[in-house]
Design a binder for this molecule. Structure first.
Ligand code: GLU
Length: 468
């Protein structure tokens, strides 16, 4: 095995979205590079000129950026390297490892038919032609693949995968329009980028056989292959639209944090025992390609939510407040100066049950309401004369609280209940409605602390001055 310094890459084709599978491939390449002290690279496979718009390319960089996995070197763009690809094709021809194929479209069609009926792959008569007889007309260039024996893809996850050479036709390297083909470009780029480990989805396993033959024809060192099992939906079928979201951007919009995705995606096909939650540092320390399982991984929303809740509880409130503000703006709500500070202060009281930042946005909403709050019917009916009188006395007690924080307020509320001779249940529900306008809210002391002294007393005053 080679002792070259580890260099990994992802090679996404810009399609306008970044698939969750691409994110997982990026993660495994990134973890492996970090684990080995290697380099993580990105190559944009932009040879499909119609799909590879500037916007589609930006979706990939945006996704990687959001996930916190930016490449260690500037990205490589495949299309810009077409001359280099053609140069290698010329070299393969010069080495006698490739040949010009002058079959016309009609001739190819006839050969295809014949190959089909004879149960073999397409073969061109030009394979054995002497280069001195090559005519001056359009041609494609094909690889002179071995006809006998096997090509073995020594895969770090799947083990040795054997392909009978008799089943591989001579791969076209250069089309008659002069454009290099996909498998050729991938090999040249991976070689030139000194990629040591090709870690990608196992939908590319057949390509690995094709690519191995090209490496051999060029006498280039073959990278270590590691083909990852696909991600399936919760029902075990290949992940598709009907399983819900598949694009990285959608997970962002649904209120998942990037560290959640990193932690969760690491568990899809790899894991560290039964560990549910682990940090980037732990994943980097533990990750190894040989521990990736070869069975397909299943997306599990309940686990994803559980992990997201964990990171929401851990995250810096100011950062979460920024995310909540974005959500509110997306919802078309008016965001005022000072709201972000208010939200930051409120988050510690409301985040425990939040599975997503969207839920967090719902649970902080009460603090953003403007006075006087519109009270729902139910809250109004709870405001009997007796309750009003009690809330009035409670207000008085609250004004005596010196430090407006959870422990002091809890103490004050308990002391008031005692002195008023009732359980907290007697006024807790109406007070919460008065403070929140019926929106979800934390417990009393939390709600009061989040609102602050003046706003809390003001909301109580508003309710007391309502006509019964
Ligand atoms: N461009 C390919 C894709 O998006 C990846 C090719 C590779 O990783 O070798 O599926």
């Amino acid at each position: 095995m080679s002792d070259r310094p580890v260099r990994t890459r992802i090679a996404p084709s810009p399609t306008g979205m970044m698939h969750i599978g691409t994110a997982r491939t990026a993660l495994f390449n990134w973890l492996f590079a970090r684990h080995t002290g290697g380099t993580f690279l990105v190559r944009v496979e932009d040879t499909d000129r119609e799909r590879s718009t500037e916007a589609a390319v930006q979706v990939i960089f945006g996704g990687l950026n959001w996930l916190g996995m930016t490449p260690d070197e500037p990205p490589v763009f495949q299309y810009a390297r077409a001359d280099r690809h053609r140069e290698v094709v010329a070299e393969l021809v010069a080495r006698g490892q490739a040949y010009r194929d002058y079959m016309t479209a009609e001739e190819l069609e006839i050969e295809r038919e014949r190959a089909r009926s004879e149960g073999r792959v397409v073969r061109s008569a030009w394979r054995e032609a002497d280069p001195s007889t090559w005519p001056d007309r359009p041609y494609a260039v094909r690889l002179k693949s071995p006809l006998e024996g096997d090509t073995v893809v020594a895969d770090a996850i799947k083990g040795d995968v054997r392909f009978q050479n008799s089943t591989l036709d001579d791969l076209i390297l250069l089309r008659s329009d002069g454009n290099p083909t996909y498998n050729l470009a991938v090999v040249v780029d991976d070689h030139d980028m000194a990629i040591t480990h090709v870690i990608r989805g196992d939908d590319h396993l057949n390509n690995a056989a094709r690519q191995t033959v090209i490496y051999q024809a060029m006498d280039w060192e073959i990278p270590i292959w590691a083909h990852l099992p696909m991600i399936h939906g919760p029902d075990g079928a290949k992940l598709s639209k009907r399983h819900g979201s598949q694009a990285v951007g959608e997970f962002d919009e649904m209120g998942y944090l990037p560290e959640t995705l990193r932690n969760y995606l690491a568990k899809l096909g790899w894991g560290h025992g039964d560990d549910e939650i682990f940090s980037d540092a732990q994943a980097i320390a533990w990750f190894d390609i040989k521990d990736v399982v070869s069975a397909p991984a299943r997306l599990d929303w309940a686990k994803l939510n559980h992990i997201n809740n964990h990171y929401i509880r851990e995250a810096d409130p100011a950062r979460l407040a920024g995310l909540v503000i974005e959500i509110l703006k997306r919802r078309g709500e008016v965001v005022r100066q000072g709201d972000e500070t208010l939200i930051t202060r409120t988050i510690p009281f409301v985040r425990d049950g939040a599975k997503t930042t969207l839920e967090l946005a719902d649970t902080v909403a009460f603090v953003l309401k403007s006075r006087p709050l519109a009270l729902p019917e139910k809250a109004l009916s709870q405001l009997t004369d007796e309750t009003r009188a009690r809330l009035g006395r409670l207000r008085g007690a609250l004004t005596q609280v010196a430090d407006w924080n959870v422990p002091s307020l809890e103490l004050a509320i308990r002391a008031f209940a005692e002195s008023d001779g009732v359980g907290i249940g007697k006024f807790g529900a109406p007070l919460r409605s008065v403070l929140s306008g019926g929106a979800p809210a934390p417990d009393l002391a939390g709600a009061l602390t989040a609102l602050g002294r003046d706003e809390s007393l003001g909301r109580i005053d508003d309710a007391l001055s309502l006509r019964a």
